[in-house]
Design a protein around this ligand. Structure first.
Ligand code: F0G
Length: 459
């Protein structure tokens, strides 16, 4: 019998205790937080799948690198070690560290985006979207239609719709599009990869029109691993070679290193253009810090330099992607629908399908998030009407998202397979009593970024 998942390619040297508090304690913790999992204490979580960002476990090599951190203000050894790694992995002419991904996005938008201009992508992550809007720009999401169908098994559901992009560029032109982007993997669409073929077509279109092409590279290694697994012609290439091929297509990138560089804090901005880099450095000094540390400590730069290689390790990636697929399979076998095919960094549970009796204005995905905490002390994140429903100012009606999802993001190298079995069992128990579960209503809801601070009460 083949093993149902690749065993963890590491053993455990340091542990952090976690504790499942009693059902009564969980109930009162929920009530006190106004049934909002963002408002709860991490110590009251048994298994925390809120995000895979900055929540991974660093290796002994990374902790050893931390001790070598050089805290010199300018030109630190740590910077040069990171520079060597970044040049080797990504191959751009210029780079600067930032404190996390959104800082890189902020700087890029400050340097390139003018009010009224458009920035297309497959799907912008919400911080990228907000950073473009903060400069008066307008983000546009041009992902293929298959991305919106949770059952569709397209192998590269993160792909850009090339026809839509062509029409978009024809409509707005170079003057109104200061840069074009693509997010790998597509987090907002379920952690779905983009194919190399699609990346090439996107790069060609941008370049034929003189538009600089930037990649949001937060989960690039997972994307490259999927290319190796699924795209003809890439089976024999190393993930690192695939990454070099991918970044050679672009003019630059922004990256949250809290994902595939397996660090707890950090980001990167890279580009080839000399003048743009001068402007980026000036912005960086204003907002982040001197260009050789960019808002991080020297030790953080060293941890990132090591983590970049660990994130590309193919034994690690096989375990990582296998772990996510394993959790999804356990859920699907129990009759719990998830976005297909399973993405890289998390499992996106279709809460709307589990609770067909809860209307979207009573928040089925929020109800599932709350129920999963109640059942097993597990925290996921609602990606549904709490996060995305918006009141249209023109006709004063509510617009709801197409899907009601609960994302279970898997921190890197942090939880074992038995933790994931426990998650699947908890969800299966909820499924068996699904018809008894009711929705929620707001007792407080701010106008912007509601999901972080809203309060609820059960119906
Ligand atoms: N781009 C993508 C695709 C992301 O998923 C994130 C963060 C960012 C940019 C911003 O990076 O957090 O370092 O500033 N995603 C996290 C998540 C928060 O939970 O998916 P950051």
């Amino acid at each position: 019998m083949t093993h149902p998942y690749p065993p963890e390619p590491f053993r455990i040297k340091v542990v952090e205790s976690i504790r499942l508090i009693s059902p009564a304690e969980r109930e009162s913790a929920l009530k006190e937080a106004g049934y909002n999992l963002f408002s709860m204490k991490a110590e009251d979580m048994f298994i925390d799948l809120l995000t895979d960002s900055g929540t991974g476990a660093m290796s002994q090599e990374q902790w050893a690198a931390i001790m070598r951190g050089d805290e010199s203000y300018a030109g630190a050894r740590s910077f040069h070690r990171l520079k060597t790694a970044v040049e080797d992995v990504f191959g751009f002419k210029h780079f600067a560290p930032t404190h996390q991904g959104r800082a890189a996005e902020n700087i890029l938008a400050a340097c390139l985006v003018k009010p009224g201009q458009w920035v297309p992508s497959n799907m912008h992550f919400d911080t990228t979207d907000a950073n473009i809007r903060a400069r008066g720009g307008r983000p546009a999401n041009l992902v293929i239609d298959e991305a919106h169908d949770p059952e569709n098994r397209h192998p590269f559901k993160g792909n850009m719709d090339i026809a839509k992009l062509k029409a978009f560029i024809a409509k707005y032109g170079r003057e109104q599009i200061p840069l074009g982007m693509i997010t790998v993997t597509n987090n907002a669409g379920g952690g779905q990869p983009v194919s190399m073929e699609n990346l090439k077509a996107v790069a060609d279109l941008y370049h034929q029109n003189g538009i600089p092409f930037f990649i949001d590279a937060a989960r690039y290694a997972e994307n490259c691993y999927f290319i190796k697994q699924r795209e003809p012609g890439y089976e024999q290439k190393s993930v690192k070679e695939i990454a070099r091929e991918m970044f050679a297509l672009a003019d630059g990138m922004t990256m949250s290193a809290k994902k595939d560089a397996i660090v707890n804090i950090g980001g990167l901005i890279c580009m080839n253009d000399d003048t743009l880099f001068q402007n980026v450095q000036n912005e960086l000094i204003l907002r982040e810090g001197f260009p050789t540390y960019g808002g991080l400590a020297g030790r953080d730069l060293d941890a990132m330099a090591v983590g970049l290689y660990e994130g590309l390790d193919e034994d690690y990636l096989s375990y990582r992607i296998g772990q996510t697929a394993y959790l999804a399979k356990q859920l699907n076998d129990a009759g719990i629908p998830t976005i297909q095919p399973t993405g890289g960094h998390g499992v996106y549970v279709n809460a709307g399908a589990i609770f067909p009796h809860i209307p979207n204005y009573e928040f089925p995905a929020q109800a599932l998030a709350i129920e999963l905490y109640r059942e097993g002390g597990i925290r996921g994140v609602e990606i549904g009407s709490v996060m995305f429903a918006c009141l249209d100012p023109e006709d004063n009606t509510w617009h709801y998202p197409k899907l009601e999802l609960l994302r279970l993001a898997i921190p890197r190298r942090t939880y074992t397979q038995s933790h994931l079995d426990y998650v699947a069992e908890s969800l299966a128990r909820i499924k068996s009593r699904a018809s008894q579960i009711r929705g929620y209503k707001y007792t407080y809801a701010p106008e912007l970024l509601r999901h972080f601070t809203a309060r609820f009460e059960p119906l």
